[in-house]
Structure formats: C-alpha cells, structure tokens
Ligand binder design. Structure first.
Ligand SMILES: C[C@@](CO)(OP(=O)(O)O)[C@H](O)COP(=O)(O)OP(=O)(O)OC[C@H]1O[C@@H](n2ccc(N)nc2=O)[C@H](O)[C@@H]1O
Ligand SMILES: Nc1ncnc2c1ncn2[C@@H]1O[C@H](COP(=O)(O)OP(=O)(O)O)[C@@H](O)[C@H]1O
Length: 293
C-alpha cells in the first residue's frame, strides 16, 4: 500500500443560502437575461466545503448528494477551473461538498458553493485576490455568484451581478418550506408576463432596511416571479396561503422558487409555524436570518 500523503493543506468554507426579500423584473435585455432590481440576504442554512490541496494538477469534487453533479457541471468545479486557467495554477484540489441547502430551490445553493470555492481556493492557492476581484470572477459563473461571494444583505441590479451593500436585516427567524418539485430558473424567467409585473418594491425595501424598520420591511416583501411559478405549480401558491394563516409577520417565495419562507421576529412564533408545517412537508427548516462565518 502506498502511504505517500498528497494532502498538504486542508481548509473549510461555509456556503450560506440566500433568500430574496424583493425581486423586481425591469425588462428583458438584448443578451437574453432580465434586468432585475432585488434585495437578497444570507440565512443560517449553509453547505460546507472542504478543500484539500493536491500536487496532481486535477480538480475533484466529492459529494454524497445524488442530485449534485461531481464534474464540470458543478458550479464549484467551474469556479476552480476559472481560477486555475486565469492564474495558471498548477496545483490541484479535492473539494468535498456537504450539502444542506435544497437543490433547485431558489436559495442559490449552486451559486453559494461556487462563491465558497472562489474564497477557499483564493486561500488554498495563495492567489491574494480581493473580495471584489473574486466577485467579478463569480459573475462569469452565474448572476447570483457575486452576491454569494460577499454575503450579508445587498441590493443586486443588472442581471443580479452588480452589488450594493445594505444594512443588515434586523434580527429575526425564518421558516423555509421546499415543496417536492424542482424549478428551472431559466424557464420561470422565460414565462414572465410583463402585463402583471405590478409595483416595484425594492426602493422601499432599501429605505426600510437603512432605517431598521422591521414592519415596513415585511410590507415591502414582493417577488415578481411568484405569479409565474404559482401559475405553473399551483401547489406553491396553496403553500403560501397556508403559511400566511399561521401567524407569520410576512411570507414570500424566494427567487424563482419553489421555496416559500415565513419571517417572524419572535422565536416562539417561528417554532410554532415550523412545528405546524413539519406534519405535512418533508423539507422544512427553521433558522436565523444572517449567517456566522
Ligand atoms: C431568480 C434568482 C433570484 O436571485 O435566483 P434563483 O431562483 O436562481 O435562486 C436569480 O436571478 C437567478 O440567478 P442564477 O441562478 O445565478 O442565474 P444564471 O445562472 O445567471 O442564469 C440562469 C438562467 O436564468 C435566466 N436569467 C437569470 C438571471 C437574470 N437576471 N435574468 C434571466 O433571464 C437566464 O435564462 C439564464 O440562462
Ligand atoms: N454545487 C451545486 N449545488 C447545487 N446544485 C448545483 C451545484 N452545481 C451545479 N448545480 C446544478 O444547478 C442547478 C440549480 O441548482 P441551485 O443552484 O440549487 O438552484 P437555485 O438557483 O434555484 O437556487 C441544479 O439542477 C444542479 O444540478
């Protein structure tokens, strides 16, 4: 047996999920993407990535989740390949992804793994890149990746890659339910009905966050993709109605869905909502808003 150790260094990165507090669609762009104006915030539901330095010039992905690809289709793999090619890195890496964030859920699970890979590999391969440089690289992988590189609470414009940092979401609890369907982000954007886009609420949300005004934050929560996903999957609309009757401060679908979340300032109330939902949904989570590194 060959006991030669090729692992020289071991690092970890936490990869938190995001939710959308608002999502305004402003129009369709010439490049096929949609111009958006939205507020996102990280929550304490996270994947965990482990990085092992390999002397062999390869990228390996290990994951025990059968829904996650372990090759070039994995966004963390794409992040490693991008840094490797751009900075002519001749070392390799084995990335192990412990998945906790539901997949294709509107919670940026793949994007946050890519962002964690950028942060982790910057340290592992000693590239000395700034967070802004990592975010710029992230935009080549996906629209949500720059936000995930920074985390926190931010307004995202353009196709979602232009980030303006905001005051943190006031302390609160969040209950998330992921129905047993997977939603394609591209398909949902593709079916946006411009006649029912409604009023934009991001500006109001930004002001409410700056003032730490929790009740206006709850009132301003809105997502232009909700009607599209609800039309295609009526069970998601029914889930939102059910959650609204359970005493939450606000309820909204995140991103393109299908995850619906309820916000409550009071921990006891959040736990009651969580317990009420656990009876008939398998994927239910109760976590804090924000995320500790
Ligand atoms: C809807 C949102 C809201 O935060 O999140 P998720 O539901 O994915 O979590 C994002 O806009 C998703 O961002 P992300 O998942 O990174 O999208 P990308 O990989 O860049 O694009 C996937 C596809 O979605 C469509 N797309 C994405 C972003 C955008 N501003 N306009 C679009 O039309 C395009 O068809 C694109 O090919
Ligand atoms: N590291 C990853 N984690 C999750 N999904 C990934 C990953 N890499 C690639 N994917 C692919 O990205 C697709 C969207 O997943 P995800 O990012 O979780 O959705 P969303 O953008 O709705 O939050 C999935 O179909 C999955 O196969």
């Amino acid at each position: 047996m060959n006991f030669r150790t090729e692992v020289l260094l071991l690092l970890y990165e936490k990869a938190p999920a995001k939710i959308n507090l608002t999502l305004d669609v402003l129009g369709k762009r010439e490049d096929g993407y949609h111009e958006v104006d939205m507020v996102m915030t990280t929550i304490d539901l996270a994947d965990r990535l482990t990085f092992e330095l390999l002397q062999e010039d390869v990228i390996q992905i290990q994951t025990y989740d059968r829904f996650i690809p372990n090759d070039q289709r994995n966004l963390a793999y794409q992040a490693a390949q991008l840094l490797k090619e751009t900075y002519h890195v001749e070392q390799g890496v084995r990335m192990t992804i412990q998945k906790r964030i539901p997949v294709a859920a509107g919670l940026a699970g793949g994007s946050t793994d890519a962002a964690a890979a950028l942060r982790g590999l910057n340290r592992l391969w000693q590239l000395n890149l700034s967070v802004d440089e990592l975010a710029q690289h992230g935009a080549q992988i996906g629209s949500d990746v720059p936000f995930c590189v920074y985390g926190g609470t931010a307004r995202a414009t353009g196709r979602g890659e232009q980030i303006e940092h905001l005051a943190a979401m006031p302390h609160s609890w969040i209950v998330l339910v992921k129905p047993a369907i997977s939603v394609s982000t591209a398909a949902i954007y593709g079916k946006v009905d411009y006649s029912i886009l409604g009023q934009h609420s991001t500006e109001q949300m930004v002001e409410a966050l700056n003032q730490g005004d929790y009740s206006t934050i709850c009132q301003a929560m809105q997502n232009a993709l909700e009607p599209v996903t609800f039309r295609q999957y009526p069970e998601v609309a029914r889930l939102k109605e059910k959650m609204q009757k359970m005493g939450a401060d606000a309820v909204l679908m995140s991103g393109s869905g299908p995850t619906v979340f309820a916000i409550a300032k009071n921990e006891e109330r959040a736990k009651r909502i969580y317990n009420g939902l656990r009876g008939f949904c398998t994927e239910v989570y109760c976590v804090r808003m924000g995320s500790e590194r």
